[in-house]
Design a protein around this ligand. Sequence first.
Ligand code: C2E
Ligand code: CA
Ligand code: CA
Length: 409
Amino acid sequence: MIVQTADDGISVLVVDDSFVQCQHAVELCRQIIGGKMYQAGNGVEALQSLARGRVNIMIVDLEMPIMDGVELISQVASENLVEAVIIVSAKDISLISSVGEMAQADGLQVLGTLQKPLTETDLRACLDVYVSAQQPLGRGEGPREDVSARDLATAITESSITMHYQPKLTTQGLKFSGVEALARWEHPARGFISPEVFIGAAEAGGEIGALTMCLLRVALGAKQKWLSQGLDVKLAFNLSPSMLIKSHFANWFSEYIEYSHINPESITLEVTENVLLGQVGKGLMNLARLRLKGFPVSIDDYGSGFASAEQLARVPATELKIDRVLVDGVADRPAKRAILDSTIKLAHQLNLSTVAEGVERFEDYQVLADMGVDMVQGYYFARPMPARELLRWVRQDLPLLRKKLVDFK
Ligand code: C2E
Ligand code: CA
Ligand code: CA
């Protein structure tokens, strides 16, 4: 049963021995992205279909007669027959995830590992990952939530999007080692809008370049002001993956920093681990050039997705930022501790310094410090704050915090 349907666009092959579930997945895909749909009832049929042409995405079940999903995935990866996979199975999630890791290690882009029944929400999230990675810069039609292009453009020109700054501290001696700049938008009518929402909207709508420029200007202004007050602050700045794949980005960014008379070593560029996945040639090239120009590069959100150790080694990074999912509650969870332990060892072997983010409890901080994490960041120490509050925090609150931690022990 190999069926070709619909018109041009993204091509999807659904492989499942249950005809009903296969149809269900095809129907959902058709509603979400349209494009060309193919179906197969097992691995052999899938390979026959792929022999007639590659597809963009394969949605694959694991348990199937004749040739199962695991074998199919490894064949498809070795012959480079699909770009990306979504693994869907009724098996337990840890098994599905480990097949995902395997596919990732084989070089496939894994958009998601899902447990059956397949829902529209889950599938949409996976397909969104693929679509946004393909989005031509400056012209996306992705989800904008309820932020309009006009709102965003006005906010950018009126500079009503601002930055807050969250301190990063060393675990040894709790010394102030810089801040991460985090975008904030207080909308006059709607109140606080999350950066994840408006940055996503700017990426989809093509305003991300203007927004990045505006945020950089604000953050560098704060840095200069702190310097005039006697505090030389290292700044971590988040970069959207869509900025990184613009071919002139490295030049543009470094020229702007040079023009502002700022030392590149004092600006760490944070890029999410997603940058390691999929088609990242240009992104990695820009990162390598930025490293050459002296900017430290941090892999953000490590542990929240599928980046493998091997992919990590390919990135010209100087720092690994361990995601809150691995950090939160580590004091009570032996499994998290084991993963963290090997992550920290790996990072140090790769010469990367480590930052644990999202530290909310003293117990977790203590475990992280004992494990050799270099830096910490989180609500336990400080929430992101406006620029004008930083000096007071460093001079008054931080010494109190150090004293409190000594008393705690
Ligand atoms: P991120 O880069 O992973 O930033 C860390 C997020 O964790 C921030 O959320 C921060 O406020 C929050 N956080 C820090 N400590 C804790 C903690 O102890 N517990 C908890 N629960 N959360 C903590 P925020 O500011 O809402 O930013 C969310 C995301 O939006 C950021 O995640 C980043 O991906 C994106 N973002 C924020 N500002 C920018 C920006 O200027 N440019 C770009 N491209 N992305 C940005
Ligand atoms: Ca970050
Ligand atoms: Ca992060």
